[in-house]
Design a protein around this ligand. Structure first.
Ligand SMILES: [Fe+2]
Length: 267
């Protein structure tokens, strides 16, 4: 392979009939190595336009454990489908939306905080799929194999949960109710509000507690624990018994991660 064929993409200026254009030149061999770049060998981007043709490339984060690692509480097949199919689908659709918006390098967590700032025709796509990606990325981290870490909240988080809800058991009861009473698909959350207080909330579909203008102001905050109560999260094993899934899920909560997120949110 010649050195020229390996050259990185570069902007070149060309003038045709008095019209100046900036052309992004990409060698075909470079494209094979960098599949996120569009398939044309050179892309005219218009007169004096410097818009990049690089496509959005949010990738599916790997599960931090094997799909079977949460058994018997959450089965391997559910985890595989949930991660490899559902989460992957949110990402594919989010990338489509980002490309339509020309925001190939957008940070999904930042983007979903202000959905109303986006063009109306892409708001729902970002809300559903950006939310889906962000929610699931955190959800995988909030779980760990049973017995691999603390069995419950400790330290400052435990103290704050007790002072807010009365006891750890009362917090779990409140959270479980939010999860079981969520009509249809959605999430239950433990959030840290702007004033530093903890609260248990619930959102529909893939809404996230950071979504201003989507979530009621009183329910806005930084999520430090969340439970997916979409049927795709439990139906293979628990069928219609969502409360049994919620009860089992407490066995695989990654309290070390929750404590870390609580510290970051400055409880
Ligand atoms: Fe899910």
């Amino acid at each position: 392979m010649s050195p020229a064929a390996n050259r990185r993409p570069e902007w070149r200026e060309e003038e045709t009939e008095g019209l100046k254009k900036q052309i992004l030149w990409i060698s075909s061999s470079y494209m094979k190595r960098r599949s996120f770049i569009t398939t044309a060998s050179s892309i005219a981007v218009g007169s004096l336009v410097t818009t990049s043709s690089v496509r959005a490339e949010i990738v599916l984060p790997a599960l931090p454990y094997a799909p079977a690692a949460l058994e018997p509480h959450i089965d391997a097949e559910t985890m595989s489908i949930h991660h490899d199919k559902h989460h992957a689908s949110y990402i594919a659709k989010l990338n489509d939306a980002l490309n339509a918006l020309g925001k190939s390098d957008a940070n999904a967590q930042d983007l979903i905080k202000d959905i109303s700032a986006l063009p109306v025709d892409q708001q729902m796509a970002v809300r559903n799929n950006g939310g889906g990606h962000v929610n699931h990325s955190m959800f995988w981290q909030w779980m760990a194999p049973a017995g691999s870490g603390p069995s419950g909240p400790e330290g400052a988080l435990a103290v704050k949960l007790q002072s807010t809800f009365g006891s750890i058991e009362d917090f779990k009861k409140r959270f479980g109710e939010a999860a079981s009473k969520r009509f249809g698909s959605g999430w239950a959350w433990l959030i840290v509000k702007a004033d530093g207080k903890l609260a248990v909330t619930s959102t529909a579909n893939q809404d996230n507690p950071t979504m201003k203008g989507v979530v009621p102001d009183a329910d806005l905050g930084t999520p430090i624990l969340g439970l997916d109560v979409w049927e795709h999260a439990y139906y293979l094993k628990y069928r219609n018994k969502r409360p049994d899934y919620i009860t089992a899920w407490w066995n695989v909560v990654n309290w070390a991660q929750v404590a870390k997120d609580a510290a970051t949110a400055k409880i």
